[in-house]
Structures are given as C-alpha cells and as structure tokens.
Design a protein around this ligand. Structure first.
Ligand code: F6R
Length: 249
C-alpha cells in the first residue's frame, strides 16, 4: 500500500519524473497542486528537471487545493505567494491558467462554487498532488468533512493552526479560516500522488493505515480511489508494519 523511499529527495526525484512524463504525453494536462513543506523539494526538483529537459509547461492548467482567508495573494504566507516562489516564477507557466482560491473574495460562497465549476470546465484534474496534516486532513478538509463536499470555507482545527504556526511570527497571525477544494473535487482527480515525509507524519500514517474509509480520517478516502499512490519516506513509515510497505531503494 505504501511506497517507502529512503528520504524526501528520492521522493522528489520520483514524483518529478512522473510529472515530467505526464506533461510530455499531455502538454495540456490539468494539475492539482498542494503547498506546504512536503512539496518544497518536489517543486525544486521539478523546476530543475523541467529546465534541464526544456519542458514546455506553458500549456498546463493548475488548480491549487487551498488558500487562507484574509491573506492577499502578495502576503508572504499566502499560498499564492508560496506557489510563485517555489514553482510558477521559475518556469514559463501561463499565469492566467494557474488557479488558486482567492483569500479575499467579494462573495465567498459564489467564489467557492465557481472554483469547483472551473475545475469541471477544464475537464477535471489529471494528477493531484496531496500532502497530509497530522490529523489526516487533505487540502484543508479537516476530520468530519463530508466526502461529497465541493470547494468550501473551513474553520481550521486548532492543531492545524499550531502545525502551520511555524510559518508565522505569532499564533495570532495564523488565519482561522481557509478555502479548500472539497473531498469530492479531490476524489474526481484521475490520478492522485499522496506524499508524507518526516517523523512528524509517522503517527498519522499509522492512523491512516488502521482506519476504515471514514470521514473522520479524510486521507482514508484515497483508499477507495482507483489510481492513488501513497508515497512516504522511512521516517513517516516508522510505525507501519513491514507488510504495509514496499521499500524502494
Ligand atoms: C497544503 C495542503 C495541506 C498540506 C498539509 C501538510 O496545500 O493542502 O493539506 O499538504 O497540511 O503540510 P506540510 O507539507 O507542511 O506538512
């Protein structure tokens, strides 16, 4: 069930290669993108590989999973800023086709509805990258989010705010709300690449392994997905039984 790599850099190389191959075979692909520490080496590796191979990314469309409410796209902790910093500014992405939820929407309900609709209008997501929170969230779909949800506003769990507080000067600055793609939007992606790295993810990997498909463990929804890869490193796999792991050297 879990592909276990020695370290995050090996995962970055493997995932980057998958992305490059997808884009070569489908230059108009629609990517579902995530932010967070887990994705940093993946984007760094992908930028290096894409440059080295002269990969054309200008025809891609991308949809990010989520954005904090209350942060403008220029705020250094916004996910817009992150994406520009780690990915979009390094390659020739067509920025008008790199979509993220707006952290300062005029009409938040309408904005959420339009975001899911736009994903459908572009034909759905070909490959969705996913990280995972220590409580099993994917996107910002916290435990208990219905599996049939579409893009919506979420009140972030206190432990998610604490986990993400490391990026902010103080806890007071960590937004309380976010907009996230819904569980159903994620489930409809044709291919899912789920990544977890580091010892802080070891407990949630055990929880995920032991969980039934259950809305209280959002990532468990992926167990029912026909084309989901669970890619983790040795530290994240530390509590898993060997029988659940395929070790990649
Ligand atoms: C980010 C996202 C979140 C993160 C998760 C893990 O766009 O959707 O689900 O993937 O919180 O974050 P890191 O990678 O920082 O541990």
């Amino acid at each position: 069930m879990f592909l276990v790599f020695q370290e995050p850099q090996a995962i970055a190389q493997y995932v980057s290669e998958r992305l490059v191959n997808l884009i070569k075979s489908k230059p108009h692909a629609v990517l579902g993108l995530a932010t967070g520490s887990t994705m940093e080496p993946v984007y760094q590796q992908f930028c290096a590989d894409a440059k080295e191979q002269g990969l054309d990314v200008s025809q891609l469309t991308s949809f990010n999973l989520d954005e904090y409410i209350g942060l403008s796209y220029e705020h250094p902790q916004s996910y817009h800023y992150y994406m520009n910093h780690y990915l979009f500014d390094h390659l020739s992405f067509a920025k008008q086709k790199t979509f993220l939820p707006d952290g300062l929407p005029e009409n938040v309900e309408a904005h959420c509805q339009q975001y899911s609709q736009k994903i459908a209008d572009y034909g759905g997501i070909d490959l969705q990258l996913l990280g995972v929170g220590s409580n099993g969230h994917i996107g910002f779909n916290e435990p208990g989010t219905p599996f049939n949800s579409r893009t919506h506003v979420v009140a972030l769990c206190e432990n998610t705010r604490i986990d993400n507080g490391r990026f902010f000067e103080s806890m007071d600055e960590v937004p309380a709300h976010a907009i996230t793609m819904g569980m159903q939007d994620i489930a409809e992606a044709k291919q899912i690449v789920f990544i977890a790295t580091g010892d802080k993810k070891a407990q949630v990997m055990l929880d995920l392994y032991e969980s039934e498909v259950d809305e209280q463990m959002p990532a468990s929804m992926l167990k029912d997905h026909p084309n989901a890869l669970f890619i983790i490193d040795k530290k994240a796999a530390a509590l898993l039984p060997a029988a659940a792991c395929e070790f990649i050297d």
